[in-house]
Design a protein around this ligand. Sequence first.
Ligand code: MG
Length: 391
Amino acid sequence: MHYPGQVSSHERGNRLTELHQTITGFDVWHLSLPVTSRRDHGIGRVENACEIILLRLTAEGGAVGWGEGSPWSVFTGTPEASLAALDRYLRPLVIGRRVADRPAIMEAARHAVAHASEAKAALDTALLDLAGHIAGQPVWALLGGKCRDRIPLSVSIADPDFERDRALLDRLVGDGIRIVKLKAGFRDHAFDIMRMERIAHDYPSLRVRVDFNQGLTPEEAPARTRDMAAFKPDFIEQPVRAHHFGLMARLRAMIDVPLLADESVFGPEDMTRAAGEGICDGVSVKIMKSGGLGRAQEVTSIAAAHGLGAYGGDMFESGLAHLAGTHMIAATPAITLGCEFYQASYFLAEDILETPFAVEGGAVIVPDAPGLGARPDMDRIRKFTLAGPTP
Ligand code: MG
């Protein structure tokens, strides 16, 4: 007998057989998504729009899977490079392969193109979404199961006009958000101190994190990092350039709040080195840096093995990439410091998902529907496309 909603063993067998069908379609779009404000993040600025890459895989039976690459030129790379990586170099590794071949496809992708981690993240996401729709399972189930239903959300404060950010802070508190991250190091030190004081005084319910996004020079980093540490934020992130491992280690030793690495750690190899050289107390784990959900989990495992913390970071993304990160975090117990999937709700003029990315009471809600749990709306793809096939 079967409980209501239970899949029979015959049906389950069919679905597993269906994972052996081949992938026949590979379509790539370059989108420009208008944003509602300017944001300064240490070494770079985003205004007017952010650009993303969308990938749609189609299996021979007609099922489709979606993935997003969310590059930022000063951080991970350019949208043009992501597009070329997918369209020219990764496509031949995918067409004609089985849906079940994800581990082999991703291993080949690692070696076919250097870097281009956002393109690989888009591919891994689309393969998992496709397999999830065919198997009737959410992506978190394909990653082994879930350890949480809700993920605390941190929203970044990064407008060069702090009065505009005050309006955002009022809205966040009203929405039940409990964590914000102050983006610092893009203007003078007094501006950063003023904002820390104002947030601590006017918004006592908020926990605060600080992220310099590599914005400090080696000369100014010690004093400015120490002054921010005096406010006792949850952590201070990446004060200096990614390759300054020695300086990161010295700054870490100097302060008594955790120092986190973001730009210094892309994949598992960087994480191993960062842990070995003692540059951080924790890490920002991003599928766009590591090149997929599987490798993001590897980064987290290495961090956890060294006693380091982790949170789920993001790039300038739509709700589609947020969903990929959400499933990855749902399946990864060691990511205990929440996530930053706020753009779909608080930054984009309009998200691309058919159903809104779910945030309730200060937390992202983990979807239980098959695949990623939501798909892009084709009309919005049409509206925001810079290049790609007619949907
Ligand atoms: Mg960061």
